[in-house]
Design a protein around this ligand. Structure first.
Ligand SMILES: [Zn+2]
Length: 142
């Protein structure tokens, strides 16, 4: 039985109610605890991520610049963000290293997708994509 902390709750602000409902249901009986690290993003924030691996050091994390190409994390016409990013929370830390926490990450994703099915909410996980392969990412489908 898990419960969101303030970081996750904050990151659910401005996220579409169906996604909020899915997350609130999923955390209760998730096989592992998880933390929502991002929800609604501004164009500025999206562009900062886009600059990573381009104008700024680091590896490329997105092909969406936030202005010409928008992310599902940015507000749609209904003002809600349609995506969240989340990671396992194990032994007191958010575990962003996918290779090391593959088992937990995948178990959480399977659990969220089956919860979505039960609730009749259409959602995709980036961990099931080839490119970009994005395991922490979940987004609503219309
Ligand atoms: Zn994402």
């Amino acid at each position: 039985m898990y419960k969101f902390g303030s970081r996750s709750l904050n990151n659910l602000k401005g996220v579409h109610p169906n996604m909020v409902r899915l997350m609130n249901e999923s955390i209760k009986d998730s096989p592992y605890d998880f933390t929502i690290t991002e929800g609604l993003r501004t164009a500025k924030r999206q562009n900062e991520l886009y600059q990573q691996g381009r104008a700024k050091p680091g590896i490329k994390v997105t092909s969406l610049d936030g202005y010409n190409k928008k992310s599902n994390h940015q507000a749609k016409s209904d003002a809600y963000g349609y995506a969240v990013d989340l990671y396992p929370y194990i032994n007191g830390s958010v575990r962003v290293e996918y290779e090391r926490y593959k088992k937990e990450t995948n178990a959480i994703a399977e659990h969220i997708l089956s919860t979505a099915k039960r609730l009749g909410i259409k959602v995709e996980c980036g961990g099931y994509w080839k490119s970009p392969f994005d395991p922490p990412h979940f987004e609503l489908k219309k």
